[in-house]
Design a protein around this ligand. Structure first.
Ligand code: CP
Length: 315
């Protein structure tokens, strides 16, 4: 059974194919309106979400399928101590595909071991968020018409921001991308990512705390929220939370064709005044999330049809 736990589970050919399908859905939604008729998606969200859960649900409805699930752990039997693996095995009796978010790193992979249906990681702790990365790739591809030869500034909480980790991994597979990693010292990218991905793959990157200085170079500015829920100490969060606040004046020396992205939700890190700048693309990014999740659901259900789970394994 094919699942999506980490963006690296997908080959570069599959990424490109999924982006192409998403663009085709945008061009001709009617062609896809009944592709999932009779199919059900379960959304199991043990952690809060607006965009990811609702875009998955909208995606399945727009494919002609149906949706079931829960949006908080307390309303499921997890509150009585049921394991993630048992929850997923149970839900596999009711649904054809599962999208799951969980606060614990690695929970989705643990849940897939006995799953009879495809499982999509919709975010696990501070670890990975592959469908946000698919969203980001589609957005960059639509904005720039390419995924290579770009200078990408990632700004804010690069330590706990799972979307940043997945995006670096994905963009590192396309040639000649340069990364400018803008954060306070305490919120730099994790060492494993720096050494295992960036240094090992010989990527061009710079670590800095100076957004203003980096701005003129950037093709993409990917802002992130400081992740309050991942801090052990509230005082540290309060000290770091407003490290970067993007305001219109800070864009004075940016490129005319800069694209400003943010996985959202935002708190304070992009002033609402920036929303009127044509370079602010984060709400287009939100919409792209629905299309790319439609393409992902189609791909995983197609693979499940080609490789069905034998009946004895379903027991
Ligand atoms: N970008 C994102 O994951 O948003 P939600 O937390 O609202 O799903």
């Amino acid at each position: 059974m094919r699942h999506l736990i980490d963006i690296m589970d997908l080959s570069i050919e599959e990424l490109d194919e999924m982006i192409a399908v998403a663009k085709d859905i945008i061009a001709d939604p009617e062609k896809y309106a009944h592709k999932c008729a009779g199919k059900k998606l379960a959304t199991l969200f043990f952690e809060p979400s607006t965009r990811t859960r609702l875009s998955f649900e909208a995606a399945m409805y727009e494919l002609g399928g149906n949706v079931l699930g829960f949006s908080e752990a307390q309303s499921s039997s997890a509150a009585k101590g049921e394991s993630v693996a048992d929850t997923i095995r149970t839900v596999g009796c009711y649904a054809d595909i599962i999208a799951m978010r969980h606060p614990k790193e690695g929970a989705p992979i643990a849940g897939t071991r006995r799953s009879t249906v495809p499982v999509i990681n919709a975010g696990d702790g501070g670890h990975n968020h592959p469908t946000q990365t698919l969203t980001d790739l589609l957005t960059i591809s639509r904005e720039k018409n390419r995924l290579d030869n770009l200078t990408i500034g990632l700004c804010g909480d690069l330590k706990f921001g799972r979307t940043v980790h997945s995006l670096i991994n994905a963009m590192s597979r396309y040639p000649n991308n340069k990364f400018i990693l803008i954060s306070p010292d305490e919120l730099r990218i994790p060492e494993y990512l720096k050494y295992e991905t960036m240094i090992k793959k010989n990527l061009e990157f710079v670590e800095t705390d100076d957004l203003e200085n980096a701005m003129p170079e950037l093709d993409i500015l990917y802002m992130t929220r400081v992740q309050r829920e991942r801090f052990f100490n509230e005082q540290d969060y309060l000290r770091l939370k407003d490290s970067y606040i993007l305001t219109p004046d800070k864009l004075d020396n940016a490129k005319e064709d800069l694209s400003i992205l943010h996985p959202l939700p935002r708190v304070n890190e992009i002033s609402v005044a920036v929303d009127d700048d044509p370079r602010a693309r984060y709400f287009e990014q939100v919409l792209n999330g629905k299309y790319i999740r439609m393409a992902l659901i189609l791909m995983l259900l197609e693979e499940a049809k080609r490789n069905p789970v034998p009946d004895w394994q379903k027991q």
